[in-house]
Design a protein around this ligand. Structure first.
Ligand SMILES: [Zn+2]
Ligand SMILES: [Zn+2]
Ligand SMILES: [Zn+2]
Length: 91
């Protein structure tokens, strides 16, 4: 199902891709902040903002939770990113 699984064990064990439940950053919305793009954590399903956003919640989530893989939550984008191995995969 995944097009690229080399070097990354996290992406290769992923059997299904979680999509965003709501199109908001769950942390920014609480604080009343804005964001640029959204990523959905593939471990817990939380949707958070990308590195172009002021709060970089998706990256922060990786460092605090050690959940390595996110999927783009942007409409039409079908890719995954592993923070641990810095690997991208399409699906
Ligand atoms: Zn990985
Ligand atoms: Zn955010
Ligand atoms: Zn998570």
């Amino acid at each position: 199902m995944l097009k690229q699984t080399q070097l990354c064990t996290h992406l290769s064990v992923l059997t299904d891709v979680r999509s965003a439940q709501e199109y908001v950053c769950e942390e920014c919305i609480k604080a009343g902040d804005s964001w640029v793009h959204l990523r959905t954590c593939q471990t817990c399903g939380t949707t958070l903002c990308c590195d172009s956003s002021p709060n970089k919640h998706a990256t922060r989530h990786y460092h605090t939770s050690q959940h390595p893989v996110v999927a783009s939550a942007e409409p039409g984008e079908r890719w995954l990113w592993c923070y641990a191995d810095e690997q991208m995969a399409g699906y």
